[in-house]
Design a protein around this ligand. Structure first.
Ligand code: MTE
Length: 318
């Protein structure tokens, strides 16, 4: 059983924040140096405190849906990223995304719903109680991390818009704005980035929309201001900087599938028994560790999610 109730020994947001103060200061100094070196400095727009990366999120409750494993250091979580809208170089995403304005920000929720709605991100944060959940993230490239997310169940937002009987799938879309996301000026992927889930996957209690990590507002490189986290699926399903959530009758075509359907499927469940055509998925490197570890079926969340796929051939529906 990998989902457990939180223990007193679990790291608390306040402990984490103390550690991050040090890092924030370092980041602040780095930013100050960068700004000093820049000759033309644009006047910043007014940005609410809640919007700035590094700001502590308040009223965050610990969730029972959490694991008891050593956390990947904040520095690695925020400086080893996949976010092709900025760059394909993992270690450069943080710098390329620095200064990305994630406010004002709205998310349209429409399609096969009775009550379509457009949420302002800060209203959504107030409306849906925030929880901290420590989850494994397993990338399709065979590395993994353990991240303390802050967010809320996607199911809460979906219930608010009341899916119709035709709403069988949920499609998510990232912001398309090559001015602000310079990686979109290159055709490395078909833009905008799109992902999809079956409605029952989207409604599963483990599926969350994250607005923060390590007790702080989500940094741009991790998908500010809002990204999906589905811990039993490969990381590419965890779409970042979402602007639209659409309920559909037909299965959406996700970006990686459009890009290369032989290598990337719709389901993308972590599965050590089904290899990627170019590499094995049986083992993974946990960032910060030397030896590889075995990859667990459904990333270790099988007890909770295997029932969603009863009777399905997971080699065919990869
Ligand atoms: N979302 C968008 N919009 N663009 C991307 O390039 N990369 C995906 C996913 N979400 C990606 C994205 C991949 S491949 C992974 S592994 C995770 O984001 C990485 O999330 P992290 O950088 O927060 O660890």
């Amino acid at each position: 059983m990998l989902i457990k109730a939180p223990k007193n020994s679990d790291v608390s947001s306040s402990e984490i924040t103390d550690e991050t103060l040090f890092r924030q200061r370092r980041r602040f100094l780095r930013t100050a140096v960068n700004l000093a070196l820049t000759s033309t400095i644009a006047t910043p727009l007014f940005v609410p405190a809640s919007a700035r990366a590094g700001t502590k999120l308040s009223n965050v409750k610990k969730s029972a849906y959490t694991i008891d494993e050593e956390l990947t250091p904040f520095e690695d979580v925020t400086h080893y990223n996949n976010f092709y809208e900025f760059t394909t170089e993992k270690r450069d995403v943080a710098e390329m995304a620095q200064g990305f304005q994630a406010r004002p920000w709205t998310v349209e929720v429409n399609g096969e719903v009775h009550k379509p709605r457009t949420f302002d991100i800060d209203d959504a944060i107030k409306r849906y109680a925030l929880e901290e959940r420590i989850y494994r993230l397993r990338c399709v490239e065979a590395w993994s991390m353990v991240i303390p997310w802050v967010g809320f169940p996607l199911a809460k937002l979906l219930k608010d818009v009341e899916p119709t009987a035709n709403g069988k799938y949920v499609e998510f879309t990232t912001l398309h704005d090559p001015e602000r996301m310079p990686g979109q000026r290159r055709k490395v992927l078909p833009w905008p980035y799109v992902e999809g889930l079956r409605l029952d996957e989207a409604m599963h209690p483990l599926t969350i929309l994250a607005v923060g990590l390590y007790g702080e507002v989500l940094p741009p490189q991790n998908g500010a201001p809002l990204r999906l986290v589905v811990p039993w699926k490969y990381g590419f399903k965890c779409i970042k900087s979402i602007v639209r959530i659409r309920l559909t009758e037909k299965q959406p075509r996700n970006t990686w599938q459009v890009n290369n359907a032989r290598e990337y499927g719709f389901y993308a469940n972590v599965n050590p028994n089904v290899d990627h055509p170019r590499w094995s998925q049986s083992r993974e490197r946990r960032i910060g560790e030397f030896f590889k570890r075995k990859t667990l079926m459904f990333n270790g969340y099988g007890e909770e999610v295997a029932g969603l796929y009863t009777g399905m051939d997971l080699a065919k529906f990869y």
